[in-house]
Design a binder for this molecule. Structure first.
Ligand SMILES: Nc1ncnc2c1ncn2[C@@H]1O[C@H](COP(=O)(O)OP(=O)(O)OP(=O)(O)O)[C@@H](O)[C@H]1O
Length: 324
């Protein structure tokens, strides 16, 4: 696979603060890559640098093999969607989506066909005549995607596009984005601080922290083989066991003491649908931890608060430095 976007040696300072700290990063053609990290880690700065809306102090950026470092956004052949999409309020859905094609002076017939096709793709066929105020938040973001895709950009850049929507709509839209990407195949970079969104949607995830990229890999790579404690903790729940980080679903509970197990008191049993979370207090006085077990296992164990149970890890990822 060739790389659609390359970034090398990108740094960006705001005073003493490093928003980007010598970032090297590539985005393979046709991939859906998520930039994932906590607030302030530099995700938006990196995305905006690809778009040409921000300019790193140092470094080079190429898109489709062309050096775009000094090229303005409108000449980079990109589509961009923000969290709060600025729709033209006085224009219909059709006119909003057609906007980029109109300013490129494409023939009317071509514009109509393209807009109809895109509205079909984003599930807004029949909404052509509506105005942005007559759409739900999720529909507005889908219109924004149609508008960004209208000019056939080489790259689609999405900055928390579903961030302002409620949880259920977000979930629907992310599976919709996944399917859209399978059909349209445009190289996409998605900024999100939501690990579940990244794991669900992206085929590649770059985890950012303090202006640096900590690890790049497939969702499985990152979840199962995190490069360090930061990535492990950021990508899912963790429990600390003898100073080592483990996933709560890699903990087993038994009624009998086994060679590698330790005794703990059951503090709380929470039934969360398919899973059961058991909050435990080790008798050794070590930090409390939670185990995630199945409903079936919980039924067999029949745990109650205050009882003693024996805990062991079935798997501990090998990560270089556990957090202190
Ligand atoms: N114009 C600016 N002036 C000063 N500091 C800035 C400016 N733009 C961004 N920053 C700082 O750079 C850091 C990185 O910002 P950025 O928006 O890239 O982070 P992010 O990972 O996208 O976070 P968020 O999810 O909160 O947007 C933040 O600490 C931010 O305060």
């Amino acid at each position: 696979m060739t790389d659609m976007i390359t970034i090398s040696g990108a740094s960006k300072h705001y005073g003493d603060f490093k928003a980007l700290d010598d970032v090297d990063f590539t985005v393979p053609s046709g991939s859906l890559t998520a930039l994932l990290g906590p607030s302030g880690s530099g995700k938006s700065t990196l995305l905006r640098s690809i778009a040409g809306l921000d300019h790193p102090d140092t470094g080079e950026i190429t898109i489709a093999g062309v050096d775009v470092t000094g090229v303005p956004p409108q000449q980079r052949d990109i589509g961009f969607v923000f969290q709060h999409y600025a729709a033209f309020k006085h224009m219909s859905v059709r006119e909003n989506v057609a906007f980029g094609l109109k300013i490129r002076k494409r023939p009317k017939k071509e514009i109509k066909a393209k807009v109809d096709e895109l509205l079909e793709v984003v599930g807004l066929a029949g909404f052509q005549g509506r105005y942005p105020a007559q759409l739900s938040g999720g529909q507005r973001q889908r219109m924004a995607l149609a508008r960004a895709l209208a000019v056939d950009p080489q790259v689609l850049l999405l900055d928390e596009p579903f961030g302002a929507l409620d949880a259920k709509v977000r979930e629907d839209l992310r599976s919709w984005l996944r399917r859209l990407h399978e059909n349209v195949h445009v190289t996409t970079v998605l900024v999100t601080h939501d690990q579940e969104e990244a794991l669900d949607v992206a085929d590649r995830i770059a985890v950012m922290n303090k202006g640096r990229i900590e690890q790049v890999g497939s969702p499985d790579d990152l979840y199962d083989r995190p490069a360090n404690a930061f990535v492990m903790s950021f990508l899912g729940p963790v429990a600390k066991l003898n100073g080592q980080l483990v996933r709560p679903h890699d903990l087993r509970l038994d009624r009998q003491q086994l060679p590698a197990s330790f005794a703990a008191t059951v503090e709380r049993v929470a039934h969360l649908g398919f899973e059961v979370r058991v909050e435990l207090r080790p008798k050794s006085g070590a930090e409390g931890l939670s185990a995630q077990i199945t409903r079936g296992d919980a039924k067999v164990l029949d745990l109650h608060e205050g009882e003693t149970v024996y805990v062991r890890a079935t798997r501990t990822p090998e990560i270089p430095a556990p957090v202190g």
